[in-house]
Design a protein around this ligand. Structure first.
Ligand code: APR
Length: 235
């Protein structure tokens, strides 16, 4: 299917980075089990008490800073180098697709590599800050990572690009997402409506598996993606 497709696109979620040591959100032990997303994950919560939200962000930034791409990230980058994966739409903010050497990445929920001041709009790269947490702007306000919080709109560009990719691909590879958060979870539907084949890789079935997914490959992303790319390479 992938070898015959003109365009294969991947949609990835937190599950692809779990084997890099970054907990996902909704599995047992996930981030939202320890931090209520309505108290720590909304833009209103950040505006009301940035210091408190940075308690959650601190934990995320510690695991992300020590995380490295795992074989699943590397497998998708390999597939791209083989000319068999056009783009990666990721809900993740951990930059691991980039670090694995992938290109043409659409970051649906932003990236934690830059931070902005909600008061004076200055933007900083994470690596140019002094490591103090929570990080502060020169105007002394607490900075917000350039990631999408609940209650924030996804910028139009990633929405448009993702819609365009989903409606023009022949295969959509869905890796490690519970597909429970909109509007990202509309991407598989858009692809299916455009008659693409949906291949889902997950350790367990999701809301997609019964009525959207054509092929469900059950297992850990690093094992299944590696096996899939090895198989494609043999063809
Ligand atoms: N291999 C494959 N899949 C895995 C693995 C693994 N090793 N570990 C977990 N998974 C699967 C889980 O079964 C689950 O279906 O990954 C999925 C992770 O789902 P979520 O934790 O809901 O993460 P995600 O779908 O990316 O969440 C979407 O919600 O909170 C927001 O902004 C946040 O981008 C995030 C969005």
């Amino acid at each position: 299917m992938i070898c015959q497709a003109q365009k294969t696109v991947a949609l990835t979620g937190a599950g692809i980075s779990v084997e890099s040591g970054i907990p996902d959100f909704r599995s047992a032990g996930g981030l939202w089990e320890r931090f209520d997303p309505m108290e720590y994950g909304t833009i209103d919560a950040f505006r009301a008490d940035p210091e408190k939200v940075w308690m959650m962000l601190r934990e995320m930034s510690e695991v992300i800073s020590s995380a490295r791409p795992n074989p699943a990230h590397k497998g998708l980058a390999r597939l791209q180098k083989m000319g068999l994966l056009h783009s990666i739409i990721t809900q993740n903010i951990d930059n691991l697709h980039q670090e694995a050497g992938a290109t043409s990445i659409i970051e649906y929920h932003g990236n934690c590599g830059t931070l902005s001041c909600l008061s004076c709009n200055r933007q900083y790269r994470a690596d140019e800050l002094n490591g103090e947490l929570p990080p502060r702007c020169a105007c002394d306000r607490i900075l917000k990572p350039d990631v999408i919080f609940f209650g924030e709109d996804i910028p139009t560009q990633p929405v448009r690009e993702s819609h365009e990719l989903a409606s023009s691909c022949q295969v959509l590879l869905v890796v490690g997402t519970s597909a429970t958060v909109s509007p990202a979870n509309s991407i598989p539907q858009i692809a299916r409506m455009a008659r693409a084949k949906i291949i889902e890789i997950n350790i367990e079935p999701t809301v997609l598996t019964t009525h959207i997914t054509d092929i469900f490959l059950k297992g850990k992303a690093s094992e299944v993606v590696t096996g899939l790319v090895d198989e494609v390479e043999r063809v």
